[in-house]
Design a protein around this ligand. Structure first.
Ligand code: DP6
Length: 341
């Protein structure tokens, strides 16, 4: 066999997710065992597509993101993830990992979630493993905590668990359950300076983290019930509270993390004003300045236009509840990577 002939290849697609109840802080950083359970919605239309190819000719793993070769920290992160897969499969071959995104990465739209969910499926298949959904979710968690929630479909809960075996995510309602829309008001497409990986380590330095974590089971319950009952008013209240609590922890950690920009606050104020005027909308923000505005479908056009008119908003990306991560049988480009209008 020629050394550059691929030994096996697999490709998978995953959507990012937006957390309604956030994950912030770990009990175990190596295993990404979270301080609290979390709950999210997958984002249809936004996707990471990842191809993993095992090659005997490679001396070390290689990583391409959006057709550019990436080295240093991102490559090390992917390589140490692949080490888990190599250990599980007993196959030590190095891999070529190619990943394509159709949305801006590193800006608080959880690209590490879709990236490691897609990588878990593609890598485990390329290395010949056959894992069920819970095992894939656990594997994805090792790459990026929130990635475990991008493996199952629709509305997903990540059970904090006590150890590696019990910390994974499962669907609590399929995407069809509720046509919630996430309008992502993009304020900045610049990469954030402090990654969430570092942020999780800083969480414990905030005196507010203990209170946030202690109350998390209650918020999870309220959120789960609101979601299952399709109660938008109750969902709004708990989603905004949970996002504000996480940012309170971020802002009071040492060193403090301040992800919001002036436009972030403009949008949050506008959303509260609109809701007081009777429009079903609420906000949540991750580790970045962009604002996810959740709304009911009938209001999406109006809100999209209104958000687009706020100074500092460069674009608004729309996403509905998305399905599970999946394998793709077509192994070569061109792939359709356009964003839906
Ligand atoms: C703010 O899962 O990105 O988006 O495990 O280090 O990859 P790593 O962190 P990550 O953290 C996500 C944090 C968050 C909230 C959330 O999605 O729950």
């Amino acid at each position: 066999m020629r050394p550059d002939v691929p030994l096996s290849t697999a490709i998978a697609v995953a959507h990012p997710n937006i957390a309604f109840i956030k994950y912030w802080g770990n009990r175990d950083h190596a295993l990404n065992l979270p301080m609290n359970g979390s709950l999210s919605m997958n984002l249809a239309g936004l996707m990471t597509r990842t191809r993993v190819t095992l090659m005997a000719s490679l001396q070390s793993d290689r990583l391409f993101i959006d057709d550019e070769e990436v080295r240093d920290a991102p490559l090390h992160r992917v390589s140490s993830f692949l080490e888990h897969v190599r250990r599980m499969s007993g196959n030590e071959t190095c891999a070529l990992v190619e990943s394509w995104n159709n949305f801006p990465i590193g800006t608080g739209i959880a690209s590490s979630a879709s990236a490691f969910a897609a990588l878990s499926l593609a890598a485990s298949r390329a290395y010949g493993l056959s894992l069920d959904e819970a095992a894939l979710s656990r594997l994805a968690r090792l790459g990026s905590g929130s990635a475990c929630r991008s493996v199952p479909a629709g509305f997903v809960e990540w059970f904090a668990g006590k150890d590696d075996a019990s910390s994974y995510a499962a669907s609590i309602a399929p995407p069809e359950h509720w046509k919630l829309i996430d309008l992502i008001a993009v304020v900045s497409q610049e990469r954030k300076l402090i990654s969430s990986k570092e942020g999780h380590r800083l969480a414990a330095s905030s005196i507010l983290q203990a209170a946030r974590v202690e109350d998390a089971p209650r918020r999870l319950k309220v959120c789960r019930e609101a979601l299952l009952a399709r109660d938008f008013a109750q969902l709004s209240e708990i989603v905004e509270l949970d996002s504000n609590l996480m940012h309170a922890v971020m802002m009071t950690s040492s060193p403090p993390l301040l992800y919001w920009q002036p436009a972030t606050l403009e949008i949050m104020h506008a959303v509260v004003r609109w809701r007081q005027a009777g429009i079903p909308a609420c906000y949540t923000t991750d580790a970045g300045p962009n604002v996810h505005v959740l709304c009911l479908e009938e209001w999406k056009e109006w809100l999209c236009k209104a958000l687009g008119e706020i100074k500092g908003v460069s674009r608004v990306i729309e996403a509905s509840p998305g399905g599970a991560a999946y394998y793709e049988e077509r192994l070569s480009p061109p792939f359709d990577t356009s964003l839906p209008e």
